[in-house]
Write a protein of this length. Structure first.
Length: 455
């Protein structure tokens, strides 16, 4: 008889899992989660876990929020679907656009709705191309992203993503997408180099890339304020001001991917504020609805809006949109989510717990397996190394990061192990100080077990 449960066997026989080693999954089977409350989720055997990754960096208000449930139910009863095509509209869509425009970190003019972060960034690329065609600059089309950046998985968004697993054997990246250096101080800074000097070197490298390609061919640069899936990488001081100077010199647009950092994660409403970024356009998703329903948005400035107006006048329509762009139920949930963030001062909440998060993160940085513990607000990561002094990584085949995540699950904590034996932490923003302590206690036990396992 199979040791796997009936549900697990049915899963293996039917579900093609995203971001999973499909071969080993046949033996290990799934973790089947059944319910959640606050920062906790429970599997089908009733075991409790702290959701230390807020799902996929998204369940900011945690689980079981009745106000969000009610917002969805009442909108479903009132108008379960309506779209925004051909000039149709609905009040949750209008209200959400107004709210986003009021708080966005750019000079916001209009909001385009999507269903995911990938769709947001795909839309960004299409808007940049449309914009430059409208301006009569048909050659200015290349988009620069960064190595280790993460922007999604659709054909164009996966091309922006700078991680090998998203390109290999998918025949990506597509043409006109380039990557510049990852500003990772722990791995990238040279001996004796200051953070500011490192930032200057990163900006000079971007400048060289643009010069080499020809500024007339480069349209936009995209960045997450703090890289998430690439390893929770916090850029060096002065990085964005130096990058922005290069972009301005070459008339290159700055796209801010706030899909993880948006809505309080770094202790500011948007990551751009924490990092001193001055973007032209912004992508949001995930915490926009606290992941109760799929919704995202692209927030553009007025020059881009005017160009799309001109182009659509010429062509006869703005030929872009998803059936579920601004789905009224998702929009109603997002409106309620933003109301809760404001009413409950989510930014203040993050700033009140983040000192405890930082203190515990710093302490776990002393663990023998940890090369660096880094974090900001309520996002953090441990980079695990074989030798702390030389930063020598473990043999990637050993799977030390994955082992820590597996031990953490046994200890009742869900984490994410990423390439380079980096283990991320990104709990729901509503976590309390005592829950932060409990999360790190569980992580500490997992690390100790991994240390014994490494030998
Ligand atoms: N951008 C960033 C910064 C992300 O972290 C993600 C997903 O993790 C995406 C875009 C893609 O979002 P989605 O998975 O909703 O398509």
């Amino acid at each position: 008889m199979s040791p796997l449960s009936n549900l697990a066997v049915r899963d293996i026989e039917t579900v093609l899992h995203p971001y999973t080693n499909l071969a080993t999954h046949r033996d290990t089977g799934p973790m089947v989660l059944e319910r959640g409350q606050g920062i906790y989720v429970y599997d089908s055997s009733g075991k409790e876990y702290i959701e230390g990754m807020a799902g996929l960096w998204c369940t900011a208000l945690g689980y079981g929020n009745e106000e969000l449930v009610e917002a969805a139910a009442s909108q479903m009863r009132r108008l379960s679907f309506s779209h925004l095509f051909a000039g149709k509209s609905h009040d949750p869509g209008i209200e959400l656009a107004e709210k986003l425009k009021a708080i966005a970190p750019n000079e916001a003019s209009k909001v385009f709705f999507v269903n995911s972060g990938s769709e947001a960034n795909d839309t960004q690329i299409k808007l940049v191309w449309y914009y430059n065609n409208a301006l009569g600059r048909p050659n200015k089309k290349k988009i620069i992203a960064r190595t280790r950046g993460y922007h999604g998985v659709t054909v164009a968004a996966a091309s922006l993503t700078g991680l090998p697993a998203n390109h290999t054997d998918f025949d990506l990246p597509i043409a006109n997408i380039l990557h510049t250096d990852c500003p990772h101080p722990y791995r990238g800074m040279e001996a004796g180099e200051s953070e500011e000097d490192f930032a200057s070197r990163m900006a000079a490298s971007l400048d060289e890339l643009i010069q080499r390609e020809g500024p007339d061919t480069v349209a936009a640069f995209i960045a997450e304020p703090v890289m998430g899936a690439g390893g929770v990488i916090i850029p060096p001081k002065t990085y964005y001001e130096k990058i922005k100077a290069v972009l301005d010199k070459h008339d290159v647009l700055f796209i801010d991917d706030e899909v993880i950092c948006g809505f309080g994660r770094l202790g500011t409403m948007f990551g751009a504020e924490a990092m001193g970024m001055k973007p032209h356009t912004v992508s949001v998703a995930k915490a926009l609805s606290s992941a109760y329903l799929p919704i995202g948005a692209v927030i553009i400035d007025d020059p881009m809006y005017q160009a799309t107006v001109d182009e659509s006048r010429k062509i006869g329509t703005f030929g872009h949109g998803y059936t579920y762009s601004g789905h009224p139920v998702a929009a109603a949930v997002a409106v309620k989510t933003l109301e809760i963030y404001e009413r409950d001062d989510i930014v203040g909440q993050v700033n009140s717990v983040s000192p405890t998060f930082k203190k515990r993160l710093d302490a776990i940085g002393e663990h023998p397996l940890t090369g660096q513990a880094r974090g900001l607000g309520l996002i953090g990561a441990l980079e695990l190394v074989a030798d702390k002094a030389t930063k020598r990584p473990f043999d990637s085949k050993k799977g030390v990061g994955a082992r820590v995540a597996a031990f953490a699950e046994e200890e009742g904590l869900i984490l994410r192990a990423m390439a380079g034996d980096i283990v991320a932490l990104c709990p729901p923003l509503v976590i309390s100080e005592s829950e932060v302590d409990e999360m790190f206690d569980r992580l500490g036990r997992a690390l100790d077990r991994a240390e014994a396992w490494v030998g």
